[in-house]
Design a protein around this ligand. Structure first.
Ligand code: DGJ
Length: 479
């Protein structure tokens, strides 16, 4: 028989004083906290989705097609029959995986990844039903009929037209191919010092357009240096990922770019300035920002006019982010390390409502790998990783960012929540024949990967990049 303890007090919750009661309080307290957090997250998530819901209602018809993913594409037929041992001896077995086919410049499936000139987008030709349609990975001609050369590009939106600047890679210098193993980087980390592929610095080229489809070549707006070996832009050095923003205070266009030497050991940023978006740009100087190595980079101008430099640092193991000076010509002393130990590069930043987003790639040289989407409440971080934003295609293409690497995200202000994701499909064997992969991207719906510090509840909407073999912007995207 159990004796009733007269010293044991009953609480309103029906528990007894002492350790069991406090344990129960702690448990219920925790449950309450988690529920409150969940409620808060749902409310703030709801707030954030309010705008996107509005967008959804207003633009549902316009964007619906873009969110219907396409599954087909990048299919290679299985090898035909068995090879005789003699044939196997004569010729080594041909690569069989999609990624190996992509990296093999002699692959019979090359046309899947690098369609030939016959299928080029040519805005000057009578395009009929194809008018204004993007074909990711296809050759893209400018208004003079030449392939557009704006790799690692950025975009500068002007009143009713825009300018894109990227690196001109038409003149190739002999290069050493990476070994199969290096090229096959797949999802492994490849140190930048191992890279042997490069092209001469020809310069930064600029194209202008009113419809984002027809591009006029405005020429090389920052030229490489032919003779002065000590110049940052000397032709044997490296210039990558130029990005231009407008400074409202000074009325100048400021270009930031990755500057390096042949072996990628200088690891610096360069700065140039112009009175016009179409140049010419005056090259000012290069430096290692905040005293750190800097390779892939981008700049981001926030709504309040403050601009930031974001760069891969500490041998690409982390990103650094810090505000620029008021004139955008230098960095300030403020800098935060973000995504530490995650080995990300090719950052492309954008803002949706009050949240900052970033798409990055892994570090595998010119070989494609999986993109990640990240989000942050403050541009200075902390940044959370939300996972792979790619939808459609097939698993290999999703795991390789549709065989491409992020360079820029272009907001379409008239279509709130819809963006163009811009990426380079690098052709390591002929960098000048690298292609552009532009795809529709949305920010909406619940994130599919729970985030660590939010007790497993999604805090931000999902970033989705939709694969399309052929697509066009909805009517009304530009007002
Ligand atoms: C990957 C980077 O994202 C590119 O900008 C370029 O630096 C290549 N590596 C060089 O291999």
């Amino acid at each position: 028989m159990r004796m009733k303890n007269k010293y044991r007090k009953s609480t309103p919750f029906g528990c007894n004083a002492g350790s069991r009661c406090s344990l129960s309080f702690v448990v219920w307290g925790l449950v309450g906290c988690v529920l409150l957090l969940h409620l808060y997250s749902l409310i703030s998530h709801g707030d954030k989705l309010e705008g996107s819901r509005e967008f959804h209602l207003n633009h549902f018809q316009l964007t619906r097609e873009l969110e219907e993913t396409q599954d087909e594409g990048f299919q290679i037929p299985p090898p035909r029959g068995k090879r005789s041992p003699r044939a196997a001896k004569r010729r080594p077995k041909r690569p069989t995986t999609l990624i190996e086919e992509f990296l093999d410049e002699n692959s019979q499936f090359r046309h899947l990844f690098f369609p030939d000139q016959g299928t080029a987008i040519d805005p000057m030709m009578e395009a009929g039903n194809d008018s204004l349609h993007f074909y990711p990975g296809s050759m893209w001609l400018d208004t003079d009929g030449n392939p557009i050369q704006a790799h690692g590009e950025g975009f500068c939106m002007l009143r009713n037209w825009g300018c894109t600047t990227g690196t001109e890679k038409t003149r190739m210098v002999p290069h050493t191919m990476l070994t199969k193993k290096e090229l096959h980087g797949g999802l492994t980390h490849l140190s930048v010092t191992e890279l042997k592929i490069k092209v001469d610095i020809i310069g930064v080229s600029c194209y202008s357009s009113k419809d984002l489809w027809t591009w006029k070549n405005e020429g090389v707006v920052l030229a490489g240096e032919e003779t002065d070996l000590t110049h940052d832009l000397y032709k044997l050095n490296v210039l990558e990922r130029p990005k231009v923003i407008y400074n409202d205070k000074t009325g100048k266009y400021v270009m930031w770019m990755h500057i390096d030497d042949t072996n990628y050991t200088k690891a610096s940023v360069g700065v140039a300035v112009s009175d016009y978006p179409i140049g010419p740009f005056d090259y000012l100087y290069s430096k290692q920002p905040h005293g750190f190595d800097s390779r892939d980079m981008t700049i981001f101008k926030d709504d309040d006019g403050v601009a930031y430099l974001i760069y891969s640092s500490d041998d690409n193991s982390e990103l650094h982010i810090g505000p620029l000076t008021d004139d955008y010509l230098d960095v300030t002393r403020v800098m935060n390390r973000v995504l530490v130990g995650q080995h990300r590069e090719a950052p492309a930043l954008f803002k949706y409502e009050r949240t900052y987003y970033m798409i990055t790639s892994g570090c595998t040289g010119w070989s494609p790998n999986e993109a990640h989407a990240h989000a942050a409440e403050s541009v200075m971080g902390p940044w959370e990783t939300m996972g792979n934003p790619c939808i459609g295609g097939n698993k290999v293409s999703r795991d390789t960012t549709f065989f491409a690497q992020s360079t820029y995200v272009l907001p379409l202000p008239m279509l709130h929540g819809l963006y163009i994701f811009m990426a380079d499909r690098w052709n390591p064997a002929a960098l000048n024949d690298s292609r552009y992969v532009w795809l529709p991207m949305t920010v909406k719906g619940a994130a599919d990967k729970p985030l660590d510090y939010n007790f497993g509840f999604p805090l931000w909407p999902r970033v989705s990049i939709f694969w399309h073999k052929r697509w066009k912007l909805p009517n009304g995207w530009n007002g």
